[in-house]
Write a protein that binds this ligand. Structure first.
Ligand code: NAP
Ligand code: ZN
Ligand code: ZN
Length: 393
C-alpha cells in the first residue's frame, strides 16, 4: 500500500489535439455540420418537475465524434441531486445520466479507433481543456479549466451548448472520451461501472490497495456495492459500515468479510484501529469522527458522497493522533476508466442492477433516496417514447 500511485498513461490516441484540430476559441460557435438528430429522452424541466419525456437535439457528428445508440443508462444519486437542484442553480431542461452503454452508430471521418457496432461507454466526462497539467496527466476530471460533464455543463467546443446526458436514445461524444466496454460484460450491468465503478476504483488504486489491506466501505448503495466488489478483487479484507441492518446478509453475499451497524456505538468501538482506508459513499450529511477512530496509523478516509448540505465538523485531534488523511476523490480520468473496465472484465465484476422503464424513473428516484435498491437502477432506453418533431433542448 503506497499512497499516490500515478494514473496510467492515456490509452490509444493521445488526448492532446494538434494545433490544426484544436478549437481556436473556446467559445467559438460550432461549425455547421448538418442537421442535428432528434433523440427521445427523459429529464427535468425544473427542480420540482420530476422527470418527464423530452426531445434532445444531438449534433451531427464532427470529424472526431462518435455517435452512440444508447442501450442502457444507470441512475446515479448524483442525477437525483442535480435534477432536483440540490447542488444549487441548474440549467433546465436537464437530461441526466452519466452511466451510458451502447453501440456505435456512426463515426466522424477522423475516427479510426471505433467502428459502427462497437460496444462502448460514456461516463461523467465528455470533454476537458485537453492541455492543462491535469489533462496531460490523464486526470481530465480535475481539469484546471473545469471539465465538461456529461450533462448540465456548457460545452465550449460545441457553441457553449449545455450538455445533455444518457437518459436518451443517442448521444454524440468526442472519441477521446468514449470508452471501450469489453464484450464479456453484460451491457446493462456494466453501465454503472462508468460512474459508480470508476469513482470507487480510482481512490482504491490511488491508495494502491493490495492483498491483506483492510478497506472499509461506508454506505451500501450504488457506489458502495461496487467498492466492495472491486476492493475484494484487489485482495483486500472488506468491512462494510451500513445504517441498514437489513443489508447485513446482502453485504456478505457481495463479498464483504465483516459488516458493522454504524448506528451501534459498541460495534463501532469494536472496530477501533482496524482499517487502512475507508471509502465513504453516503449521500447525506453524517458525522465522520466515529469512522476516524476505526482507522489505523497513517490511515485515510476518502469522501466520495457529495451531500447537498454541510457535514458535521471533523475533530482535528482524531486526524492528528494517528496521522490520518481526510481526502476527496472525483470519478476518474479516461485512461483509468478504461483500466477499470478491463479490470472488471478480467475479474468478472459488474453491478447488481434492477432494470427499469422510462415510466418507472420517478419511482426509482424515490426508492433510491429511501435506500430501496439492490444496488443500482438502470434505464432500458428502448422504453423511451419516440422523439417528437421539435427539440425541447
Ligand atoms: P446511493 O445508491 O443512494 O447510496 C448511498 C448510500 O448511503 C445508501 O445506500 C445508504 O447506505 C447510505 N446512506 C446512509 N444514510 C443516508 C441518507 N440519510 N440518505 C441517503 N443515503 C444514506 O447513492 P450513490 O449513487 O452510491 O451515490 C452516493 C453519493 O456519492 C452521492 O452523494 C453522489 O452524488 C456521490 N457521488 C460522488 C462521486 C464522486 O466522484 N465523488 C461520483 C458519483 C456519486 P446504507 O443503507 O448502507 O447505510
Ligand atoms: Zn454518478
Ligand atoms: Zn484541462
Amino acid at each position: 500500500m503506497t499512497p499516490g500511485r500515478p494514473v496510467p498513461p492515456p490509452l490509444g490516441k493521445p488526448l492532446v489535439v494538434s494545433e490544426e484540430t484544436a478549437d481556436p476559441a473556446p467559445s467559438a460557435p460550432a461549425a455547421a455540420q448538418g442537421p442535428p438528430t432528434l433523440a427521445a429522452a427523459y429529464g427535468a424541466t425544473s427542480a420540482l418537475s420530476g422527470l418527464v419525456p423530452l426531445t434532445v437535439a444531438r449534433r451531427a457528428p464532427k470529424e472526431d465524434d462518435v455517435e452512440i445508440e444508447i442501450d442502457f443508462c444507470g441512475l446515479c444519486h448524483s442525477d437525483v441531486h442535480a435534477t432536483r437542484g440540490e447542488w444549487g442553480a441548474q440549467s433546465y431542461p436537464l437530461v441526466p445520466g452519466h452511466e451510458i452503454v451502447g453501440r456505435v452508430r456512426s463515426v466522424g471521418s477522423a475516427v479510426d479507433d471505433f467502428a459502427p457496432g462497437d460496444l462502448v461507454g460514456v461516463g461523467c466526462l465528455v470533454d476537458s481543456c485537453r492541455e492543462c497539467g491535469s489533462c496531460l496527466e490523464g486526470l481530465e476530471q480535475y481539469c484546471e479549466r473545469g471539465n465538461v460533464g456529461t450533462y448540465g455543463v456548457k460545452d465550449a467546443r460545441n457553441g457553449d451548448s449545455v450538455t445533455q446526458g444518457g437518459y436518451s436514445t443517442s448521444v454524440v461524444v468526442d472519441r477521446r472520451f468514449v470508452l471501450r466496454v469489453p464484450e464479456a460484460l453484460d451491457p446493462a450491468a456494466a453501465a454503472p461501472l462508468l460512474c459508480a465503478g470508476i469513482t470507487t476504483y480510482s481512490p482504491l488504486r490511488y491508495f494502491d490497495v493490495e492483498d491483506g489491506d483492510v478497506v472499509g466501505v461506508v454506505g451500501l448503495g450504488g457506489l458502495g456495492h461496487m467498492a466492495v466488489k472491486i476492493a475484494k478483487a484487489m485482495g483486500a479484507h472488506v468491512v462494510v459500515f451500513t445504517t441498514s441492518e437489513a443489508k447485513f446478509e446482502a453485504a456478505i453475499e457481495l463479498g464483504a468479510d465483516d459488516v458493522i451497524l454504524s448506528k451501534d456505538p459498541e460495534a463501532m468501538e469494536g472496530a477501533n484501529r482496524s482499517i487502512d482506508v475507508i471509502i465513504d459513499t453516503v449521500a447525506a450529511p453524517h458525522d465522520l469522527n466515529p469512522y476516524f477512530r476505526t482507522l489505523r496509523l497513517n490511515g485515510a478516509l476518502f469522501q466520495l458522497g457529495l451531500p447537498p448540505t454541510d457535514m458535521p465538523p471533523v475533530s482535528p485531534g482524531a486526524l492528528i493522533r494517528r496521522r490520518l488523511s481526510y481526502a476527496g476523490s472525483l470519478i476518474g480520468g479516461i485512461a483509468e476508466t478504461q483500466e477499470m473496465l478491463d479490470f472488471c472484465a478480467e475479474h468478472g465484476i459488474v453491478s447488481d442492477v434492477e432494470v427499469v422503464t422510462a415510466r418507472q424513473l420517478n419511482e426509482a428516484y424515490d426508492r433510491m433516496v429511501a435506500g430501496d435498491v439492490k444496488y443500482r437502477f438502470v434505464l432500458d432506453t428502448k422504453t423511451l417514447q419516440p422523439a417528437s418533431e421539435k427539440a425541447d433542448v
